[in-house]
Design a protein around this ligand. Sequence first.
Ligand code: F6R
Length: 281
Amino acid sequence: MQVVIAGSSAEVGRIAAAKVSQVIRKRADAVVGLATGSSPLSIYAQLSHQVREERLDCSSVRAFALDEYVGLPVGHPQSYRSVLERDVVEPLRLKRSNVHVPDGTAADVVSACAAFEQRLRDLGPVDIQILGIGRNGHIGFNEPTSSFASRTRIKTLAPKTRADNARFFSSPDEVPTHCLTQGLANILEATRLLLVAQGEKKADAVAKMVEGPLSSMCPASALQLHADVTVVIDDAAACKLTLSDYYRYTYQNLPEWQRFDAGPPPGGSSERGPGGASGTS
Ligand code: F6R
């Protein structure tokens, strides 16, 4: 696992976006796994900047959402289909038909999950899966005690997750109680995983994910089983890591050919490598 500790939340987005665009530049029709929520927004903003400047072409990119709420009507502004339309499809100029989201409006959720799994099998594997992390260690909506073998299915959202996501709705009661989510086994099948986290409220979950025991009590600890994981976090989210000095040291001494965060941030000075961020593999 490579842990990159960035000096700011904006820097998290810049470094993580460099990783995603590296994959898309190598393969124009790359399959990208999309997380929603606040954490990846700075990645999407950076990528859309590159698209606007014609330094990146996402017109052939295929994409899969990690999850979707159950029961929100089609077109609800907080359904993840709508959120992805606003934050990813339009700004990155993806083709709508190339973006696959579990159908949270389906009367038959078992069939909806099976159809989504089939599409993943047909088009996968995902080349790079973008992830955020919940305060309780969830990835996707795989809440604590989710099986490491789990696949796309309906889950009950933990009360803590509903409370955290209430900020997107006009009242806490409006947050759906259920979701469809890719399972931990689906996530582990992606070729590369890229997790971003910002802020001290994520520090406990990040420490358990990176340095804690492998446990379904922290579903994100499943990332320890994957051979190609990059975790990009800011100083606040890194503050409970025991080995943060080691991660910084390792990143500062990465061989040039292993670097992916090339180039200065748009409109800013170069903070590449040793000056801007730190980490390990
Ligand atoms: C949503 C998802 C979730 C979020 C997590 C963190 O698609 O995958 O795991 O990443 O709940 O949410 P934010 O980023 O809003 O703190």
